[in-house]
Write a protein that binds this ligand. Structure first.
Ligand code: ATP
Length: 462
């Protein structure tokens, strides 16, 4: 993050993190890559200060962090991270989260508006650093997100003596016996396993956080595993349950209310679900093969900043990344079938800007926060789980996943672009359903006029 003398915020230039990395791993972009498009991203003078003064912005706040009742050491951590003013969700949620006696919370706010800080600051505020026992547990749907949340815990807790531990696959040694860290962040399967084996003693746990809570509670997803963790928590002492997400579809709300009874609630209206700084486009492709050709023709634009290409299936992600690599393009691919170490190194490489194009599945559709990502491509539109034997033509779009996918760009007030590939009647109708559900227009761009495409994109990023 970069701020100028007036407190204005300038989006981090593409590859900014990379320039902080050793020079052999992240060479500066060649001069010829610095097209008008990249300049336009640099020169965007949308200021964070302006957005934080606009009542309608999710980044708006009246108060300062000092007024939210945070400990001095945490304020130091916040300022050290470069934050100056809270966002709307932080301003509204933190006083409720920190009040005593602790109350449950169901909090909703658009992607990239700072929910992580709200629950991380709560965990850091509630734990007793003098006790060497787990006191706050946080669950996320993917190891990538758990690792990212942990990096926020560590950064915000930099001026405290907090100890942390992961509950993610292949992280703790097989013979680990006793976790002494106060804050444990992980995924539900591994967390359950470690609690069952008494590696994690939950007797002192007082905060339980679910990030991407609608996904974590969904019976078609991680719901069962998450409930298992909750049922192992101490029943005597009150545990503060905190659920956060950008989306809470109707079908999980009832369960969320049961899971976090009597919670304070912060909710969004249906037409507020995605932020306006993400401009949405679609490209009319002729067929599956043409989708691939169009993607390749976009390669130059994809690499100006960073981009994420979402596919519905792992094999598609593998196939197109292998094909593009064989044709001399540099792309990375990530999905759940890769082993833990490989997943870590792929996402780290992308985060550090060594790779600019990441081809993936829904595994990182949620939560992943990489500022330089200014483009998301839905190579395949996200679909709800197809029931065995169901007619393919009836497949419905997965609106929540769509909102989370496009939310990988346009983080904390930055501009971003999303492009949907449609290639037949079915995908066209699915896109229309998405447009209707989100209330946001999706604009057509030509597939065969690269100059026109670049012009439109420049405009969108301004
Ligand atoms: N008050 C603040 N001032 C400046 N930057 C902030 C502030 N709060 C959060 N950020 C930054 O904004 C980005 C987005 O925050 P975060 O990842 O918490 O969003 P989120 O609401 O959890 O999004 P998602 O729904 O996609 O998970 C992060 O890079 C974070 O460091």
């Amino acid at each position: 993050m970069e701020k100028d003398a007036d407190g204005f915020y300038t989006p981090a230039p593409a590859g900014a993190e990379a320039s902080a990395a050793p020079s052999d791993s992240a060479p500066p972009p060649p001069e010829e890559d610095k097209t008008d498009l990249i300049k336009s991203t640099f020169e965007v003078s949308v200021t964070l200060a302006d957005q934080q003064r606009d009542k309608d912005s999710p980044l708006y706040s009246v108060k300062t962090f000092e007024e939210l009742g945070l400990h001095q050491d945490l304020l130091k951590g916040i300022y050290d991270m470069g934050f100056s003013k809270p966002s709307k969700i932080q301003e509204r949620a933190l006083p409720l989260l920190l009040s005593d006696p602790p109350q449950n919370m169901i909090g909703q706010s658009q992607s990239g508006t700072g929910k992580t800080a709200a629950f991380v600051l709560t965990m850091l505020s509630r734990v007793d650093f003098s006790k060497n026992k787990p006191q706050a547990l946080c669950l996320a749907p993917s190891r990538e997100l758990a690792r990212q949340i942990m990096s926020v815990v560590v950064a915000m807790g930099k001026f405290t003596s907090v100890q942390t531990e992961y509950a993610i696959k292949d992280n703790l040694p097989k013979n680990a016996t006793n976790v002494t860290a106060q804050i444990v962040v992980g995924t539900p399967g591994t967390m359950t396993d470690l609690i069952r084996r008494k590696v994690i003693d939950v007797s002192e746990v007082k905060v339980f956080v679910l990030d991407e809570a609608d996904n974590m509670l969904d019976q078609d997803g991680l719901g069962e595993q998450t409930l298992r963790v909750k049922n192992m928590l101490p029943r005597g002492g009150p545990v503060q349950i905190i659920l956060f997400s950008a989306t809470f579809p109707v079908h999980v709300r009832t369960f969320a209310n049961k899971f976090a009874p009597n919670a304070n609630k912060i909710e969004l209206k249906q037409n507020e679900l995605s932020v306006d700084n993400i401009r949405q486009f679609y490209m009319d492709c002729r067929n599956e093969e043409h989708k691939y050709d169009v993607l390749v023709s976009l390669y130059h634009l994809l690499t100006i900043g960073q981009s994420i290409i979402f596919c519905q299936h792992r094999h598609t992600a593998d196939r197109i990344s292998q094909r593009m690599t064989a044709e001399g393009h540099k792309v990375a691919s990530l999905h759940g079938a890769k082993d833990a170490a490989e997943r870590d190194s792929i996402i780290d490489g992308f985060r550090e800007g060594r790779d600019k194009v990441l081809i993936t599945t829904n595994v990182i559709a949620r939560g992943i926060d990489i500022m330089q990502v200014n483009m998301v491509v839905n190579y395949d539109l996200p679909l709800l789980n197809e029931r065995p034997g169901a007619n393919k033509d009836d497949a419905r779009p997965d609106i929540e996943t769509y909102i989370h996918r496009i939310g990988r760009t346009g983080r904390f007030g930055r501009k971003g672009i999303s492009i949907n590939f449609v290639h037949d009647k079915r995908t066209w109708s699915q896109m229309e359903q998405i447009e209707q559900a989100t209330g946001k227009q999706i604009i057509r761009i030509e597939t065969n006029d690269l100059d026109e495409m670049e012009t439109q994109m420049k405009k969108a990023l301004k």
